[in-house]
Design a protein around this ligand. Structure first.
Ligand SMILES: Cc1cc2nc3c(=O)[nH]c(=O)nc-3n(C[C@H](O)[C@H](O)[C@H](O)COP(=O)(O)OP(=O)(O)OC[C@H]3O[C@@H](n4cnc5c(N)ncnc54)[C@H](O)[C@@H]3O)c2cc1C
Length: 561
């Protein structure tokens, strides 16, 4: 007998569980199909050395659970914040075993509808039929109106290098420290998994090289949590302090056997075309993972991007070529690739919640309504600053998720945590009065430790540290933008200020926020607190380049963002 569900989630990893929680709370008709006999199987094996790169900061200066999610990158989202990951461990860099325990406890606690040992072998759709047909190993078929693929990376990415089969893979490389003793080791890759293995090899090997065409990108420099994390980089010390190790920016042209060694021919990227033949005892491939579309019928195969690594999706994570096929979890990282956090629990938990809301409202973003009469500019600014102070989704998913405020007649519709790219791709482009709120980093060059700051509201547009930006859209075009002055704690009004800082810029903290954060935002929203909020500020726009106008460092207090 074929069972049918409105929503089928493929995979019980962290993303599948997040989606299941949202559907379960909404009383939706859903199920999760998981090929193994438990949840979170990815973390039973990975990362290979068992230390997560997702932070778990349990002690902060805040006592608000909403805010604290900014520093807790592993908890799944719940309505009442009652089951944080910190209930399992207080380690800042937790063990993957703790995450497995958390995910298992989460699935049980919320009684999620997971069907274990359901390996989906094939996804098809009969011509003329809108339902997905899921063929399951040794079981009856299941049909779904909407399919959410949260199946994680399906296979390692294997670079196209002749002889690459001679290399060991990150997936099963021998981690016994003694196996590196007095060995010359080449690691192909310079991401976190490569450094994870390099850090192990470092202790006993005679030499470690890391090779890939691109230079190492450090997370604390780029601000992308998926770039190389500081807990992995002892090898860089040992390279620059002349311990025979090194990172080679090169293409590996071939690998072959050479007596008892392995020979790698490399061509350097920054060395006037220099090529070398290098001999190693072990070559280890740590080049990442990729989406495996093999379960999809050829007629239904989702388009991919980044050389086939990831599915190509709309801003709302729907396949660009298969309708009603959605993606969740690490497979959603193409649209903020190497920028914010869609690759990680701390990012995709928000994407997944937004996706579920979107699906539950019939693929129509759902806003909550606020009567316009209750929002004069002062209370509107207070509402925006409250979101800036407390929201963790916009903070984690900087430049990627946004809040929108749309004025429609005598009300505002407040949409929370929507994909910001949707605005650029036509969402709400027929609306005249749209305000967006995002968090974003500013541009910088040079040493990230020596960024010149301009700690005043009139220069907030030069801020490099993560800060909120309010933009005014009209019929899909940006008319003006206002940068809210950066704050190391992410607090932009006195109400939310906690901790020991009592004064900044020589002002008591409440006055400081009033001068630097509140008033400039009120000015931006419209200098009159009368009912005609937008009217006033539309009139004050002039010329063809309002953006420049709003960015100007004006000393007369108008358009000072
Ligand atoms: C080495 C490495 C380390 C990482 N470390 C971290 C970290 O510390 N913190 C972090 O937040 N992220 C980390 N990530 C990112 C990581 O990929 C994701 O956080 C996470 O595992 C992805 O979650 P997911 O739910 O999207 O997929 P997964 O956790 O991979 O879950 C997918 C599930 O789908 C099931 N499945 C797959 N195919 C089928 C099928 N055909 N039928 C039925 N079931 C199926 C699988 O069994 C699995 O349970 C790391 C990634 C890598 C590569």
């Amino acid at each position: 007998m074929t069972a049918h569900y409105q929503f089928v989630i493929l995979g019980a990893g962290a993303a599948g569980l997040q989606a299941a929680y949202c559907f379960s709370k909404a009383g939706a008709d859903y199920c999760v199909l998981e090929k193994s006999d438990s949840v979170g199987t990815f973390y039973k094996k990975y990362p290979r050395r068992r230390q997560l790169i997702s932070f778990n900061r349990t002690n902060t200066i805040f006592d608000c659970p909403k805010i604290n999610l900014r520093f807790d990158w592993n908890s799944l989202l719940t309505d009442d914040y009652s089951f944080p990951f910190s209930s399992i461990t207080d380690s800042l860099y937790p063990s993957a075993d703790d995450l497995v325990l958390y995910l298992e406890s989460f699935a049980k606690r919320y009684d999620l509808a997971i069907q274990y040992n359901h390996n989906v072998l094939k996804v098809s759709r009969d011509p003329g039929d809108s339902l997905f047909q899921l063929t399951i190993d040794g079981r009856d078929n299941i049909t779904a109106s909407t399919l959410i693929v949260a199946s994680g990376f399906g296979k390692p990415f294997i670079p196209d290098i002749p002889g690459i089969q001679l290399a060991e893979g990150y997936e099963d490389v021998d981690l016994d420290p003694a196996s590196f003793k007095n060995k010359k080791v080449l690691i192909i890759g310079k991401g976190n998994s490569a450094f994870e293995i390099a850090d192990l090899a470092l202790e006993q090997s005679s030499l470690v090289h890391m090779a890939s065409p691109k230079a190492v990108k450090l997370a604390w420099q780029s601000r992308h949590p998926g770039h190389v994390r500081a807990n992995h980089v002892r090898l860089l010390d040992s390279y620059q302090l002349k311990l025979l190790n090194g990172t080679l920016d090169c293409n590996v042209l071939s690998i072959s056997k050479h007596n008892d060694s392995l020979k790698a021919v490399v061509s350097y990227v920054h060395a006037d075309g220099e090529q070398e033949e290098l001999l190693y005892d072990r070559i280890i491939r740590c080049a990442g993972f990729m989406f495996d579309p093999c379960i999809f019928d050829p007629s239904l195969r989702p388009h991919t991007v980044l050389g086939g690594k990831l599915p190509a999706t709309t801003p709302f994570w729907e396949s660009v070529n298969v309708s009603d096929l959605f993606f969740a979890g690490t497979l959603t990282q193409a649209r903020d690739f190497k920028k914010s956090s869609s690759a990680f629990i701390g990012g995709y938990r928000y994407n997944t919640r937004t996706l579920c809301k979107f699906l539950l409202s019939g693929k129509d973003p759902d806003g909550c309504q606020v009567p316009a009469s209750s929002l004069d500019v002062t209370s509107f600014a207070a509402l925006i600053l409250d979101r800036c102070n407390k929201n963790s989704a916009l903070w984690a998913q900087f430049g990627y998720l946004c809040d929108l405020f749309i004025k429609r007649g005598d009300r505002y519709d407040h949409y929370q945590e929507l994909p910001y790219q949707a605005i650029g791709e036509g969402l709400f482009s027929s609306e005249e009065n749209v305000l967006s709120l995002t968090f974003e980093w500013g541009e910088w060059s040079g040493d990230v430790m020596e960024v010149q700051r301009h700690p005043t509201a009139t220069k907030a547009y030069t801020n490099v540290f993560l800060h909120p930006i309010v933009r005014r859209y009209r019929y899909g075009s940006i008319l003006a933008e206002h940068h809210i002055l950066e704050d190391l704690f992410g607090v932009y009004s006195a109400e939310g200020e906690q901790g020991n800082v009592l004064s900044r810029g020589g002002l008591p903290i409440d006055e400081y926020h009033e001068v630097q954060h509140v008033r400039p935002l009120i000015d931006f929203l419209g200098r009159n607190a009368s009912g005609s909020l937008y009217h006033d500020y539309l009139l004050s726009l002039s010329g063809e380049t309002p953006l420049e106008l709003s960015r100007a460092d004006s000393s007369d207090g108008s358009w000072d963002g």
